[in-house]
Design a binder for this molecule. Sequence first.
Ligand SMILES: NC(=O)c1ccc[n+]([C@@H]2O[C@H](COP(=O)([O-])OP(=O)(O)OC[C@H]3O[C@@H](n4cnc5c(N)ncnc54)[C@H](O)[C@@H]3O)[C@@H](O)[C@H]2O)c1
Length: 282
Amino acid sequence: MTILVAVQRQALCHVIFVGIVTAIMTSQVLSEKVGVVFGVANKRSIAWAIAKAWAAAGARLIFNYQGERLKENVEELVGEFGENVPLFPCDVSSDEEITKFFQEVRGQTDRLDLLLHSVAFAPKEALEGEFVNTTREAFRTAHDISAYSLVALAREAAPLMTNGGSIVAMTYYGAEKVVPHYNVMGVAKASLEASTRYLAYDLGPKNIRVNCISAGPVNTLAARGISGFMSMLKHYQERAPLKRSCDPAELGATGVFLASDGAVAITGQVIYVDGGYQIMGM
Ligand SMILES: NC(=O)c1ccc[n+]([C@@H]2O[C@H](COP(=O)([O-])OP(=O)(O)OC[C@H]3O[C@@H](n4cnc5c(N)ncnc54)[C@H](O)[C@@H]3O)[C@@H](O)[C@H]2O)c1
C-alpha cells in the first residue's frame, strides 16, 4: 500500500514537472507586448526570424518596409500572422519618413515595448577592395543608414515606451576586428555598438534597455553583397568552438530573451550569437 502511494506520488510529481516545463517552453513570454520591426526584406532576413520568434512568444508587431519595391514581399510574409498586420513605408535615411512612420504607429497603439533595428547598407563598391579607398559619400551613407538610424528610431520610439522597453540592434564582429572586405560596414557597426551604449545610458532611467546581437554570418540578401561571404561561413565552420556560425531561428530565440523579463537587468551590451567565434585568438 505504502509503495503504491509512493509510486502514485512520483507519477504525480512527474506529470507536474512535465507540465511546468511545457508551460515554460510554450509560454507567451511577450504576450501583451507591442513591437516595431525594421528590416524585413524577404524570408531570409534576420528581422523576419526575430519577428517570427517575437510573434510566437505573443507579441503584436508593426512592420516597416523600405520603399514600394519591397512592400509586396513584406505584405505577403506578415500575412502569416493573420489579416491586417500593420506595415508602413520607412526609409531610415529620411527624417520625414521616420516621423510619418511613427505617426502611423501612434494610430495603431498608444504604447510600444519592443523595437528591432535590423537595417544596414553600404554601397557595393565599398564592400570590395581596400578600406583605404572608401569614398566620403560611401562612408556617410553607411553610417547614416546603419548606425545613425538607430538613434533616430530610438528617439521616436522612447516616448511610446511608457512601461519601459527593449531595443535590439543587429551587429557583426567586423565592428571590433578587421574582417577583410567588411570594410566601411565594420566601422559603421562600431558606431552602432557605441550608439547602443550611449542610448542605454540616456534611456536607462526610463527603463528602456538597448542591446546588440552580434550574429555570426547568415546567408541573407545583405550578406551576399559582401565579397567573399561564402568563405566567411566556411571559416566559422573550421574555427568557431561550435564548428558553425548560427541559424536565424537561434537569433530569434536570443531576440525573445533580450525582449523578455529574463534580460531586465541587461543593457548596453553586445551579445554574441556566433558559435563562439568571438572568443578565439587564432
Ligand atoms: N547576414 C549576416 O551575416 C549578418 C551578420 C551580422 C549582422 N547582420 C546584420 O543584420 C541586419 C539585417 O541584415 P540581413 O542579413 O537580415 O539582410 P537583409 O538584406 O535581409 O536586411 C537588411 C535590411 O535593411 C533594410 N534597409 C537597407 N537600407 C535601408 C534604408 N535606407 N531604410 C530602411 N531599411 C533599409 C533592407 O530593406 C533590409 O530589409 C543588418 O544590420 C546586418 O548588418 C547580418
